[in-house]
Design a protein around this ligand. Structure first.
Ligand SMILES: [Zn+2]
Length: 127
């Protein structure tokens, strides 16, 4: 599959988030995991969202509204989350379209590395 990756990186899907969603590779940084999770939201890939969520904080029920179309991600800031870090934070803005109206979600997400793999821990949504 080619075409631009939904995470707004500017790269093609196969050179960006696809290997992570397919399970062919692990996201090397917190920011890349963040991007791949946005792409999973855009595709409604619940299995990947669960897999990339920390087992302590993953919700038991994870429902995705199929009418909510995530179409743009902006990474505003990130701290640590690199190749040699164990924790990291990523601040982002995600935009969606919905029949009831479009919107923007801003969040500061926390990531931790467990057994070498980055996982989403939790996030604080900004108003
Ligand atoms: Zn991507």
């Amino acid at each position: 599959m080619s075409g631009r990756c939904p995470c707004s990186s500017g790269d093609t899907f196969d050179a960006c988030c696809e290997p992570y969603l397919r399970g062919d590779a692990d996201a090397p940084t917190a920011e890349k995991l963040m991007r791949s999770r946005f792409t999973a939201f855009a595709f409604g890939d619940v299995a990947y969202l669960r897999k990339s969520w920390h087992p302590k904080t993953v919700p038991t029920a994870l429902d995705i509204d199929p009418n909510q179309r995530w179409y743009r991600l902006d990474i505003l800031d990130s701290d640590a989350g690199g190749l040699f870090d164990e924790t990291g934070t990523v601040r982002f803005e995600a935009r969606y379209k919905h029949p009831d109206g479009a919107g923007t979600m801003s969040e500061m997400s926390r990531f931790v590395r467990v057994d070498g793999r980055w996982l989403y821990l939790d996030g604080v949504v900004s108003p």
